[in-house]
Design a protein around this ligand. Structure first.
Ligand SMILES: CC(C)(COP(=O)(O)OP(=O)(O)OC[C@H]1O[C@@H](n2cnc3c(N)ncnc32)[C@H](O)[C@@H]1OP(=O)(O)O)[C@@H](O)C(=O)NCCC(=O)NCCS
Length: 183
């Protein structure tokens, strides 16, 4: 099952954060958070008018992650606010479900306070004990230098690069692939 025991952490500026398994009731807050990140324009595959995920879609995803070994969906919560989330989605077949990709997104005001690190570390700790997971991968825009530096700092290694994977504002952008073994 994709669940963790909730853990309380303190941000670099002294705020309490609860890292816990996402619940179905978080879905609409997560969709709103994601819409705001997409509007920023720098970090996502979708442009604002292409993102059609509904709260009901996200509820299904949260429930599937909670009920399936090899998947995990976590949120970082401050009081009633979702500061950010991480979702690791494993591949769907027996030959591939020991690995998959994760995405992590924070509200703008919660960045650079250590919350992204908390979520990634919690996912990696989960991966060490989950019966299925062996390897955690990610794909990040080559232009997202801060995120790449953070992943490297947390032990992710370069696995390759998909050249000209996106066209953003008329310019080619590569995807950098990274991985870390959990066992
Ligand atoms: C990427 C993201 C999840 C990181 O979370 P965060 O809480 O901001 O990151 P943290 O505060 O935990 O860690 C920041 C660390 O990243 C590294 N870092 C960030 N920007 C950096 C830069 N420009 N150069 C070098 N290192 C950098 C540093 O190691 C820093 O640690 P330090 O402050 O102790 O030196 C968050 O900023 C975010 O949501 N960004 C927008 C969406 C996004 O890009 N998501 C990732 C898509 S793959």
């Amino acid at each position: 099952m994709g669940t963790i025991i909730p853990v309380e952490k303190i941000t670099k500026d002294g705020k309490k954060i609860l890292i816990r398994t996402a619940q179905v009731k978080d879905a609409s807050k997560i969709v709103k958070l994601m819409k705001d990140v997409i509007k920023e324009g720098h970090f996502t595959l979708s442009e604002p008018d292409e993102y059609n995920v509904t709260a009901a879609d996200e509820e299904r995803k949260i429930a599937k992650c909670r009920d399936t070994e090899g998947k995990i969906y976590l949120v970082a919560e401050h009081k009633d606010e979702i500061a950010g989330f991480i979702c690791f989605d494993s591949w769907p077949t027996r030959r591939t479900w020991h690995t998959g990709l994760f995405s992590v997104y924070l509200k703008k005001k919660w960045r650079s306070k250590g919350v992204g690190s908390m979520l990634i570390k919690a996912m990696l700790d989960w991966g060490k004990t989950d019966p299925v997971n062996r390897k955690i991968s990610l794909a990040v825009f080559s232009t997202n230098k801060g995120a790449i530096a953070l992943y490297r700092k947390l032990g992710f290694k370069n696995e390759g690069c998909c050249k000209r994977d996106m066209i953003i504002d008329g310019k080619y952008v590569d995807s950098v692939l990274m991985y870390k073994y959990t066992k």
